[in-house]
Design a protein around this ligand. Sequence first.
Ligand SMILES: [Zn+2]
Length: 90
Amino acid sequence: MVNNYMEEIVRNYLDDILRTDPSYSNICRCDHCIDDIMAKALNNLNPYYITTKKGEVFAEYSSLETQHHAEVISEVVKAIEFVSKHKNHD
Ligand SMILES: [Zn+2]
């Protein structure tokens, strides 16, 4: 099975930022907005496809995390700000 591992990484950072950054404490966190944020961030990042085999995932994750840490966070923050200003529902 092939997965875009960037999706997991974006989700992790997104959870982290929403949980710890007080400037985003008021934004909508419904499934719809979270999906919009995920999609927007992922469109601006290179996909990182992996085949899922137990044990390999974490090694891949840590090297990728170091490499793209700042870039991923900056795209996630941009996506949060965009979606919170352009909410797609009432
Ligand atoms: Zn929402």
